[in-house]
Ligand binder design. Sequence first.
Ligand SMILES: [Mn+2]
Length: 326
Amino acid sequence: MKISSKLLNIVKQNKSFIIAGHINPEGDAIGSALALALGLKKIGKKDICVLSRDGVPETLQFLPSAKLIKKRPPDKKYDVLFIVDCNTPERTGFRELKAGNTVIIDHHIPPADAGKSEFYRTLSAAVIDPGAAATGMLVYKFLSALKVPIDKDIATNLYTAILVDTGGFRYSNTSPESLMMACHLVGAGARPWDITKEIFESIPYKSMKLLGLSMATLDKKDNIAWITATREMFEKTGTTAEDSEDFVDFPRKVKGAEAAVFFREDEKGVFKLSLRSKGKVDVQKIAEGFGGGGHFAAAGCRIKGTLREVQRKVLTAVRKAIKEAT
Ligand SMILES: [Mn+2]
């Protein structure tokens, strides 16, 4: 992925920058946005705003300069808007953001109608590489092209971004390149165990209790493993949706499961689903069938109905996809 000279010039010629990640952010969105902001500061840019409509999740508040992040944009027009780890203004939660230049840095596949949309036609530049394991890797390349020296704070943010999106350097997107970058970032001061402790070893007690209740619903049939979290479980443990963020990883660990599903009841009759694949089934396609989206191995959607209806519909679709793929 080459960084265009047009993009480098946009940075050089402008003074004010606003950076927005996606709603319901995780380590790649927040880490990439912060690393980009810190990098721009390093080369003398002073007017930088970092936005996250849903703020910074508790597990990511250790990230250097996490306090920079604002939930609302200031009432002014910026020279450059960066959209990171997503590819539409809608995904940032701020439809109305306007700037002299708009730039996307992302590793998701652009929407099918991208070529026709007004937003894509008026884009100033983009660094889009669906082959990159994390947006953090693209930000790393961008900062390198800008000749930004990577200090400990930038390294910590970028290492976190890559760590999260590769599942701790375990998923199939873990490549020589992602490991090489991690190597450089550790060399620049990122501390793997300090970051791992914050990301993977800091589950709040109440979330763990919720996981226990949800895991008690574990079921497996036809190479699909699934768990459910009901409103009642959330109420009993005093938890919210954020506390069940990575629950789908647990049914995925079941031996013989090709696909895993987490059914989360958001309100009565409305379920948020997380789908995971062990590598053979394209769960993105399944999620798209229900109006959702995501990646090949990790996707999600929202479905209305009773738990029984939703489970029947989804498990049927997953079973069919497994049959076709294996
Ligand atoms: Mn990402």
